[in-house]
Design a protein around this ligand. Structure first.
Ligand code: SAM
Length: 309
């Protein structure tokens, strides 16, 4: 078999804490090239099951050949992870024991110019995870207003030069020069001083990608639904790669694990709070120096795990 183009991040930390019952059903919502799924499947007993989901057909086909050498108690589907409950209904499964999301881009997606995710390669300004989608970055930039674009670059990219960048992008849209990743890169580099360009490029590409794939809303909705399907004692693990995503996961776990929201001076609890989750590690889990040395793309990874009460 071909070597995987993607090194799984925080592999041991994630899988060892995600699996609490080797006979359970586990969903890997971001299957990718199957790095995490392989380690999950290796730990499952014959009555356990893995469900792998991804929007990338190449990744699914690679993962399939990788997993088929281990066992056959898995199914893979080309579907957005937000729709995982459809697959559960189709397979007559009521509850799951674990849910994993390893968000963001695989190395292969970053390196493939036709996806348009990276400013390092020239390619169409696409940026959609879903190859059948109808909302490319080009289409989005050609219809968005300048005010809205400033908002998106600030909100999802936390980029201080959002105003100047949005202005430059819109000027280029007006003359029909916003079709490729290098068109977008040129617009950013035109208005940002050279020493800040790499950071600005990463932030602007990230912001537009998050917007057109509706990543924040989908993450929030999926976390909420996943909790409803988890068995008591089942776990949800999320690896995120930027602060915005991590803040959402952190806030979601916190708000679902608060035991009492009564003011401290109340002698008795009257809020009837009903926490659904318990955080597994108090602190966020990050890769070791050795991991980062071996796989520089893991440097921004943050893992959070919670257990269903
Ligand atoms: C960081 S990679 C996962 C890598 C994987 N854990 C491995 O070890 O090979 C993220 C994957 O999530 C997929 N993805 C992103 N958003 C998705 C979504 N909403 N639904 C399904 N898959 C998605 C991407 O296509 C990509 O393959």
């Amino acid at each position: 078999m071909r070597e995987s183009p993607h090194i799984p991040v925080l592999l041991k930390e994630t899988v060892s804490q995600l699996i609490t019952d080797p006979k359970g059903v586990y969903i890997d919502g971001t299957l990718g090239f199957g790095g995490h799924s392989e380690a999950i499947l290796q730990r499952l007993e014959p009555t356990g099951m893995l469900i792998g989901l991804d929007l990338n057909p190449n990744a699914i086909s690679f993962a399939n050949s990788r997993l088929s050498t281990i066992s056959d108690n898995y199914v893979l589907h080309l579907i957005n992870f937000k729709s995982f409950s459809k697959i559960l209904f189709q397979n007559n499964i009521r509850n799951i024991q674990g849910f994993l999301l390893d968000l963001g881009l695989s190395s292969a997606l970053i390196d493939q110019p036709d996806y348009g995710f990276s400013y390092r390669n020239n390619g169409p300004l696409d940026m959609q995870f879903d190859r059948n989608g109808n909302n490319s970055a080009e289409k989005y930039l050609n219809q968005v207003s300048e005010v809205e674009l400033i908002r998106i670059i600030k909100l999802y990219g936390e980029e201080p030069n959002a105003k100047k960048i949005a202005y430059e992008i819109i000027q280029r849209v007006k003359i029909g020069k916003m079709k490729t990743t290098f068109d977008l890169k040129d617009a950013v580099c035109r208005v940002v001083p050279e020493r800040f360009q790499n950071k600005a490029l990463a932030r602007v590409f990230q912001a537009i990608r998050i917007k057109i794939n509706n990543e924040i809303e989908i993450l929030h909705r999926t976390l909420k639904l996943a909790v409803e399907f988890l068995n008591t004692g089942g776990r949800i693990a999320v690896i995120s790669y930027h602060s915005l995503e991590d803040r959402i996961v952190k806030a979601f776990f916190k708000s679902n694990s608060i035991k009492c929201i009564c003011p401290p001076k109340f002698p008795l609890c009257s809020c009837n709070s009903n926490p659904k989750l318990k955080k597994i590690s108090k602190k966020v889990i990050i890769p070791s120096h050795i991991d980062v040395k071996e796989n520089s793309r893991s440097r921004s990874a943050r893992l959070r795990i919670a257990e269903r009460l």
